[in-house]
Each structure stands twice: as structure tokens, then as C-alpha cells.
Design a protein. Structure first.
Length: 350
């Protein structure tokens, strides 16, 4: 069991991490021109810096409790060359000028030219978050995780780790545990969640699916230490896998980046590929009413960060979207995120 020294070391590392990323968040805000607030959102109260930091630290405390009780291993926050962190920060700020030009410029500049006609669905050809190249370049793939950590002030990895809580429960309930279970991660991106899953369950068979070849290339590098990994370039609405072929499906921060019709198609595909008795784990943004103090900030988010399908996500009934045939088992909040676990009806095959 971890002792008081372990907790102190963890909290010290997390304080340094938050200081590093939250400091960049504040500096980026000072360098940026404010995004005009739409008339319908003016006058609404949003969380101040103190509340954001209090709520972020509440997430860190929950993270520690999960580590202390053996739910998952401590993070690798101190891995790697510190100069690489400085290089990523320099790259982030160098790209900020182009991000700002798109944020305040011609809306047409937020769209991507189709590199190969017919290869990508139209909804995907966007410069999400105003980032250069959208999700379709190696530079974007290398920059993405740093951008997200800055956006959430150093809390993105801790929010992502909360998916390990229902993952552990699902594996404990699966005959054979991690040795026989098969997990599909939809929209796996650069493989950060799959890396955490494999660190905790090295024998778990995982498939990561994403539309971006450059992001999958980064994921391949990050997962190179383990076997039983398959990375697939494909859309989540057309999963190239047989019916009932996975025991667990995870989708982290995917649904808010999909149009409503595509969300429904993805939900149908999850119902198809998940075995009876299997587990679906969703981690995504808060929705309207989850934390009322944050509602105005959520409504402002798609304007400030170019999330074209986010407003419809805020009003999406996820229980209805995922059903029929699924029962919601758990729901928890984690800073700007929510974690929901569903169980598919029926009995698993013998």
C-alpha cells in the first residue's frame, strides 16, 4: 500500500504538472484576442480561476484515491526527457498565431481540403480546436496531447484515467479477466488511454480504431512495449470487425466530435460488435445540467474552440442514444468530464 511519502510525491508531481500546464493556459489567454461572446450567452456566470483550480484538485484527489486503493498504477508523469516538454511548449506557442488567425478569420479557413477524395467523411474534414491540419498531419499528432493538457490546465490525463475504474470492474467480472477479454477503443487517437490500459493489464488484447493515420502512427510508437495490440484506420460508424467480437468497448471524447446522425450510427455499431453481457465505457465532456456552474462555459466552448457538433452533444440523451438493449450501471463526474458505464443485455457465450 502507498504510504504518506508516496502521496506527498504524487501531490508534488501533480502540483508541478498543473502549474506547468495551467500557466501555459493563462499565458495563451493573455496572448490571444478574446473570442466574442454571442448575444444569447452574454451576462451568464462562468467559473472563475479559483473554482477551476479547486475542482481540478478534487479530480487529483480522486486520482490518488484510485491509486492508493489499487484500482490502477500511478501515472508516468515524470517519464521522458524534460527538454522534450520545453520543445512541445515552444511548438504550442509557435502554432498559436495560426490558431488565432483561424479563430478570428474567415470560417472557410476552418475547413480542410480533402487530401484524397472519398477517404474521409465530410464531417471529419475540419480543423477541430482551430488546430493546424486538423487531425491529418504528423505535426498535429505530435502537438495534440500537449494542446489538450493546456486546455484543461494539466487535468486531461487524470480525467482520462477515470476510465480505468470501470475497466477494472469489467475485467473482474469477465471470465478469464484480462487474459481472455478483448477491448476496442473507438477514436483511440495517439493511444494515450490504450497505453494506460496496457500498463495496468499487459495481457489484455486491445484494438485501437481511428480515422487518422498520423495519430495511429504516434499510438503505435507509444504502445511499442506491448504485444496483443491491433491498430486500425477506420471510421467508428463502420467498424471492420465481426458481430459480437469484443467484450469491452471504450469511447473517450469521441461523441462530442460527431454529428448527431453519426453518433447514432456509431451507437448502432457498438451494439453490433459488443458481445451480450459486455461493457461499454464512455468518457466525454460534461453535458448541460451535470454541473450547473459550468453550463455557460460549456455553451461558450464551441465558439471559442471550433467544436462544430458540440452544441448538439450537450443536449444528447446518451442513455437513449446507447439503448435499446443497454443498462446504465455507473455514472460519475471528473472535472470537465463524465464517465458512464453501460452493460449490454443478454448472457455472454460459454
Amino acid at each position: 500500500m502507498p504510504d504518506a511519502f508516496d502521496k506527498l510525491a504524487f501531490e508534488t508531481a501533480q502540483m508541478a504538472r498543473i502549474g506547468w500546464f495551467f500557466g501555459q493556459k493563462l499565458l495563451a489567454a493573455r496572448l490571444a484576442k478574446p473570442t466574442p461572446v454571442p448575444e444569447k450567452l452574454r451576462g451568464r456566470k462562468t467559473p472563475d480561476r479559483q473554482q477551476l483550480l479547486r475542482d481540478l484538485w478534487r479530480l487529483i484527489e480522486q486520482d490518488w484515491q484510485n491509486i492508493a486503493t489499487g484500482v490502477y498504477a500511478p501515472p508516468e508523469d515524470r517519464r521522458g526527457n524534460p527538454f522534450a516538454g520545453l520543445r512541445r511548449a515552444a511548438d504550442f506557442f509557435a502554432d498559436l498565431r495560426e490558431v488565432e488567425a483561424r479563430r478570428h478569420g474567415d470560417p472557410a479557413e476552418r475547413l480542410l481540403d480533402e487530401p484524397q477524395p472519398g477517404r474521409y467523411p465530410r464531417y471529419y474534414l475540419r480543423k477541430f480546436h482551430f488546430q493546424t491540419d486538423g487531425y491529418l498531419s504528423e505535426a498535429s499528432a505530435e502537438r495534440y496531447d500537449h494542446q489538450v493538457e493546456v486546455l484543461f490546465g494539466g487535468g486531461a490525463a487524470a480525467m482520462r484515467r477515470q476510465a480505468l475504474v470501470p475497466l477494472r470492474a469489467a475485467l473482474l467480472g469477465h471470465k478469464g479477466g484480462a487474459n481472455t477479454a478483448r477491448l476496442l477503443d473507438l477514436g483511440c487517437g495517439t493511444g494515450e488511454f490504450l497505453r494506460e490500459a496496457k500498463r495496468n493489464y499487459p495481457r489484455l488484447s486491445v484494438t485501437g480504431l481511428d480515422l487518422s493515420a498520423p495519430y495511429l502512427k504516434v499510438a503505435e510508437r507509444r504502445l511499442a512495449d506491448w504485444s496483443r495490440i491491433d491498430l486500425v484506420e477506420a471510421p467508428a460508424e463502420a467498424i471492420p470487425a465481426p458481430d459480437a467480437s469484443f467484450d469491452i468497448v471504450t469511447a473517450l471524447y469521441l461523441f462530442h466530435e460527431l454529428p448527431g446522425r453519426v453518433r447514432r450510427a456509431v451507437a448502432a455499431e457498438i451494439r453490433r460488435v459488443l458481445r451480450p453481457g459486455g461493457t461499454l465505457i464512455l468518457v466525454d465532456s460534461l453535458q448541460t445540467g451535470d454541473m450547473p456552474d459550468y453550463d455557460a462555459l460549456l455553451d461558450y466552448f464551441p465558439y471559442a474552440f471550433h467544436e462544430p457538433y458540440y452544441a448538439s452533444y450537450l443536449a444528447e440523451d446518451l442513455d437513449r442514444l446507447v439503448g435499446p438493449g443497454f443498462t446504465r450501471e455507473e455514472r460519475s463526474l471528473a472535472y470537465f468530464s463524465k464517465v458512464i458505464t453501460y452493460r449490454r443485455g443478454g448472457h455472454p457465450p460459454d
